[in-house]
Design a protein. Structure first.
Length: 322
């Protein structure tokens, strides 16, 4: 810890093909009202000109912006590389397509230091053309609730909604890289084992961008399965953290997203994800007769599943017509 600047906040930013957004994201860091901030950008093998933008901004802001490069290895490997080069006693994460309110780090840092907490978190808002819900959201006060139960049900905050003490991040040895879409969630679950003191800033200070990502987009079924896998790992390796939950309640929190996500994918016509999620729900979720036709159909070959579900939906629509 003696090697870290005691007042400095290190912001770690992975960047892969974010040319339309990365300059705005970097400006969001440089415009923070907290005065002692460094930005470590890790270019993850970008091919769209992102690296040139980042290098230009690093030259324009020497000492404030540094750049590391790696072959394309994913955001969590990039974040770990960024952590290895970070000099601050506090750490925050901002993706190259997200932003903060100008007072975000100032307010999070004040809450952290005033209460001697290990973690400070805030509210957030989804933005962007693919954001289905853009209502601002302030999470519950986890210091006054059953944090383990709530964390087990869903990821508690987006990665740009939190400021951590560096010592805690180092104790956790940074991000695991086993699950491509849920390693921030994995970090927060593993963090609970350390029994950190957390403090909430009940204001919306983080903005999480959602936009169509084309061929690079990770399918929804993979995102859901990764989240379930890190919950299963947490329960398996740290049973003492969930011993107060009955088995039914624990399973409901671990697997409760399966059916809602399956139906959501179905209505969005993401039939591949819907079929995989309904099939997994057969073994893990608490389902009823209403769900049976969808779940049983999921065991058909993909074209037959799609045709049958369309027929079921058409018959339902016909029955609702006047």
């Amino acid at each position: 810890m003696d090697n870290f600047d005691p007042a400095l906040i290190s912001v770690v930013m992975p960047c892969h093909n974010a040319a339309p957004y990365v300059e705005e994201a970097i400006a969001s860091v440089l415009q923070q009202t907290y005065p002692q901030v460094e930005l470590v950008v890790v270019d993850d093998g970008s091919t769209d000109g992102s690296a040139d933008i980042v290098e230009r901004l690093a030259i324009a802001h020497p000492g404030r912006v540094t750049v590391q490069h790696q072959t394309n290895s994913g955001p969590y490997a990039a974040r770990n590389q960024g952590l290895a080069h970070a000099r601050g006693n506090f750490v925050a994460f901002l993706d190259a397509d997200d932003t903060w309110h100008p007072d975000a780090l100032k307010q999070l840092h004040a809450a952290l230091t005033d209460t001697l907490a290990d973690v400070a978190y805030c509210g957030w808002q989804n933005v962007g053309e693919a954001a289905a819900n853009t209502q601002p959201y302030v999470p519950p006060n986890y210091a006054e609730t059953d944090a383990a139960a709530l964390f087990l049900q869903a990821c508690p905050w987006p990665i740009n909604g939190v400021l951590l003490r560096r010592q805690l991040v180092d104790t956790l040895r940074g991000f695991s890289e086993r699950r491509p879409t849920a390693m921030d969630y994995d970090l927060w679950l593993r963090m609970l084992v350390q029994q950190p003191t957390v403090v909430r800033v009940p204001e919306v200070l983080a903005y999480y961008r959602r936009y169509p990502r084309g061929d690079a987009h990770i399918p929804r079924w993979r995102q859901v399965f990764d989240a379930i896998a890190v919950r299963e790992d947490f329960v398996r390796h740290h049973p003492e953290q969930v011993a107060h939950l009955g088995r039914n309640e624990r399973d409901a929190r671990v697997y409760g997203s399966l059916l809602p996500e399956a139906y959501r994918c179905h209505w969005r016509r993401d039939t591949d994800s819907a079929r995989r999620l309904f099939r997994h729900a057969f073994r893990r979720a608490d389902w009823n007769a209403r769900d049976a036709k969808y779940i049983l159909a999921s065991f058909l070959p993909a074209p037959a599943f799609d045709a049958l579900i369309r027929l079921i939906d058409a018959r339902r629509s016909a029955r609702t017509l006047p």
